[in-house]
Every structure is written in C-alpha cells, then in structure tokens.
Design a protein around this ligand. Sequence first.
Ligand code: AP5
Ligand code: ZN
Length: 208
Amino acid sequence: MNIVLLGAPGAGKGTQASKLVEEFGTPHISTGDILRAAVKNQTELGKKAKAFMDAGDLVPDSLIIDLMNERLQQPDAAEGFILDGFPRTTAQAEALDELLKKIERPLDAALLVDVDFEVIVKRLTERRCCKECGYIGTTADASCPKCGGEMYQRDDDNEATVRNRLAVYEKSTAPLIGYYKEQGVLVDVDGDRPVDTVYADVKKLLKL
Ligand code: AP5
Ligand code: ZN
C-alpha cells in the first residue's frame, strides 16, 4: 500500500497508522516523528526545526523535501509506505508527485481523517505519548499500556500552540484535499468515533 494520511493535527493519523503497521507491517513514515528524533539528538536538522515546531509553525519546505527525498529512497519504502504528516503544503505535494514518478510508486489513496476542531483541542491537550515505544495515549494512561514506559506531554500540545497548528493546517494543508480530489485518489473517513470503528472503515476505504 502507498498511502498519504491527511487531516488536521490530532485527527488520529498516528493512531490509525500504528494500527495499519501492526496488521500489515507497511513502513510508517511520519515527518513529525523524524523531526522530534532529530531535535532530541540535536542534529543539524533538529536544530533548524526546533523553533518552528515549538511554535506550531511548519518547518520550511526545502528541509522537509530533502528529508523525504532521502527517506523514500530507502530500501524499506520499496515495499510500500504510510506517509503521516507529509505532504503539508502544495509545494511538498508537488515534490512528492515528482519523487513517486521517479521511484515508480503511484499513490493508491490519500486518506482524510476528518474531525471537528474543538474535539481536536481537547484530544491534543489530553494526549500523552510513551517515551520508550512512542505509543499514543491520553491522560488516562498513568504508564504505557504496551511497554510500561513513562508517558510525557509533547511540547506543542498546549492549547495556544494547538490553536496555532490548527490555523496553519487550515491555511497551508487543507488545500491538499482539493489537490488529491482532483487526482481522483481522495477518500475520507469520519474520525470522531471510537478508534476501532474508524479503523474498520479505513480498511474498507483502502480495500484492505
Ligand atoms: P506532527 O507530529 O505531524 O503533528 P500533527 O500533524 O500536528 O499531528 P499529531 O501527531 O498531533 O496528530 P495525529 O493526527 O497523528 O493524532 P494522534 O493519532 O496522535 O507534526 C508536528 C510538527 O512538526 C508540526 O507542527 C511542524 O512544525 C513539524 N512538521 C511535521 N511534518 C511537517 C511537514 N511535512 N512540513 C513542515 N513541518 C512539519 O491522536 C491525537 C490524540 O487523540 C491522542 O491522544 C489519541 O489517543 C487520541 N485519539 C486518536 N484517535 C481517536 C479517536 N478515534 N477517538 C478518541 N480519541 C482519539
Ligand atoms: Zn511504551
């Protein structure tokens, strides 16, 4: 499967992606995860990206496009990929189209996970993630239900930054819905239902 997950921050892209990975083993490529690892390891990319991420703004296209050109040409991506958090601008979507042509892997679908913004603000301010395995949970998880690891709150999951991320999404990323509709690959799912109900629909829509 070669898919792009679209949707606002907190719509549940990472949650659905990890279920697909668990069942199908397809590589999950999340630009947010790659960038957070780069910040943690204080790499050159991490140093350049940190201030943008802390403010909830987008990291410049040139950095992201270089990063993804390299990542999508790694051997594991030849078996398929679930792109999560990329593309996020029209320039990124155009760069992805070029690259997919080059590696001869057309997109099967762009899946939009659709959730109301006020629901998202509550979800993101209550989100907690595992330091050890990356499990995505909530304030209800005192420790990680998967590995027992310590749960932490992402630096950008405070209400002011969440609202800015939503505004940035509306302005820069939402136009990609039309972009993929025009290509005939857009499918959308109502993400404001229990995780497993959403997942059952995701599989139907992706014909899995
Ligand atoms: P990124 O890491 O991509 O964050 P995001 O898009 O803001 O998405 P999230 O990870 O916040 O949400 P999600 O949709 O995966 O939701 P989740 O499954 O966790 O990006 C972070 C930053 O990096 C950006 O702001 C930017 O600076 C930079 N960046 C990244 N990519 C970039 C790019 N391409 N270009 C430029 N800059 C880039 O779920 C959220 C919560 O809801 C969880 O607590 C979960 O348990 C809960 N939940 C999930 N599904 C359900 C459900 N069905 N019902 C109830 N609760 C649910
Ligand atoms: Zn864990």
